[in-house]
Design a protein around this ligand. Structure first.
Ligand code: F0G
Length: 458
């Protein structure tokens, strides 16, 4: 018989996690003001809040920490990372930053002005935050199909080229960059095809606008290109990655995802001139240009992670685990954004809790219910995260109310995934009986979801 699939690694170290009783969780979530970010992690059994910085480093990554060079300037570790970025990603210039949003800050401090427009495919929330904070607009040009959770298409993260061209025509002078996010996190960890990357890049060149790739999950995106796009099945992941970035002028990277480190990031450039312009903001906000907010040891682990994270066998086990959760949910009839994404499953909260009004935050309500059910923590991608409109201050209600269950890399087994699926089934089974959600009692003016406080609606 054909041998079943399994992970290309074994486990060398473990970390204990603890179950709890429902009564305890009721108290803890009340104390946390019904915001899952406010929970102590010891009070969570399976933590799917994020796949960011939560993966397991390899023995080689841990070993590389000991070889870190902590020199303030010109450290060996910087040059190791520089060589790896050139070799794997094809960028000659880069600035390290302590994480992805810091890389965005360095870049956008340099290129974004009030009144600017940055078209893209569902900008990530910190990206949008950095843009809106500067009085500019993040214009979403994602394909309409991304909003239909039931539709199975291979590249649901794509930009709609017609929408993009219209934006380029209308705002040409005010566009400092087009932002292409791979994979498209907000739309469900959905990939962008090479054909779409080419199309976006051609339009950018035609209109003389730089293309920025928000590359947090570029390797997962490359895996989907290899497995779903004609002509790429015989190319290696590393070849596909090089081709993706050959079309791009700037990349921002949260290394906490596909480079499998706990902290780190960078912004990389093809243009020496732009690299030089950005240096000031790196020095001012992050650190000198050869460490920018990272320790030497962390740059070593990041370099190694870029190599391991672009290996086919690892990526296959990674993406297959997410698909495994999707298949279990299919079996139990729990609806989610289809097809399963690269790093997470996005449960369609409105269809699990059809009676909760959208003004009472459906996906947040589902997140609280799943925590109460089994101590599992996901994150709301819905009206709380969508924030208020910066001008009218009215709540923005997105097309979808999703509960994201992000799977950390190399961290949980499929037994954990089985628990997650069963818990969701139980919530779904009593979904009709849940009729009320939550109201906001305190919120901050921007990116409110991190610190929002809620109370049960009455
Ligand atoms: N871009 C994307 C697509 C992201 O998903 C994230 C972070 C960032 C940029 C910012 O990077 O966290 O290193 O500052 N996403 C995490 C998540 C937080 O849970 O999806 P960062």
């Amino acid at each position: 018989m054909e041998l079943p699939f399994s992970e290309p690694y074994r486990i060398k170290m473990v970390e204990a996690i603890h179950k709890s009783a429902r009564e305890e969780r009721e108290r803890w979530i009340r104390e946390a003001n019904y915001n899952l970010f406010n929970l102590k992690s010891d009070r969570v059994f399976i933590d799917l809040l994020t796949d960011s910085g939560t993966g397991a480093m390899s023995d080689h990554q841990w070993a590389s920490l000991m070889l870190g060079d902590e020199s303030y300037a010109g450290a060996r570790s910087y040059h190791t990372l520089k060589d790896t970025i050139r070799e794997i990603l094809g960028f000659d210039y880069f600035l390290p930053a302590h994480q992805g949003r810091a890389a965005e800050n360095v870049l956008y401090s340099t290129i974004v002005r009030a009144g600017d427009v940055l078209p893209g495919n569902s900008h990530f929330d910190t990206t949008k935050g950095h843009i809106e904070f500067r009085g500019a607009t993040a214009l979403d040009c994602t394909i309409d199909e991304a909003a239909d959770t039931r539709l199975e298409i291979p590249f649901k993260g794509n930009i709609d080229l017609a929408k993009l061209e219209k934006a380029l025509e209308q705002h040409r002078e005010k566009i400092p960059a087009v932002v292409l996010t791979v994979t498209n996190n907000t739309a469900g960890g959905q990939p962008v095809s090479m054909e779409n990357i080419r199309g976006v890049s051609d339009l950018c060149r035609q209109y003389g606008v730089p293309l920025q790739m928000d590359s947090a999950r570029f390797a997962e995106n490359a895996y989907f290109i290899q497995t779903r796009e004609r002509g790429y099945e015989h190319k290696t992941i590393k070849e596909i990655v090089r081709e993706m970035f050959s079309r791009v002028d700037i990349m921002t990277m949260s290394a906490k995802k596909d480079a499998i480190v706990n902290m780190g990031g960078f912004v990389a450039f093809k243009s020496r001139e732009l690299w030089e312009k950005c240096q000031m903001y790196c020095i001012m906000n992050e650190g000198f240009i050869t460490y920018g907010g990272m320790s030497g040891r962390d740059m070593n682990a990041l370099a190694r992670g870029l190599d391991e994270g672009t290996e086919r066998d690892y990526l296959e086990s990674r993406v297959r685990q997410v698909a495994y959760l999707g298949a279990k949910l299919d079996e139990y009839g729990v609806p989610y954004q289809r097809p399963a994404g690269g790093h997470a499953i996005f449960v369609d909260a409105t269809r699990v809790l059809p009676r909760v009004p959208r003004e009472e935050f459906v996906a947040q309500t589902l997140g609280v219910e799943l925590y109460l059910e089994a101590g599992i923590r996901g994150v709301e991608i819905g009206a709380i995260m969508a924030d208020r409109d910066p001008l009218t201050r009215q709540n923005r209600y997105p097309a979808l109310e999703l509960l994201r269950l992000a799977i950390p890399r190399r961290t949980y087994t499929n037994n954990h995934i089985d628990v997650v699926a069963a818990a969701l089934k139980n919530v779904r089974d009593r979904g009709e009986t849940i009729t009320r959600g939550y109201v906001i009692t305190r919120e901050s003016p921007i990116m409110r979801h991190f610190t929002v406080e809620l109370a049960p609606a009455r």
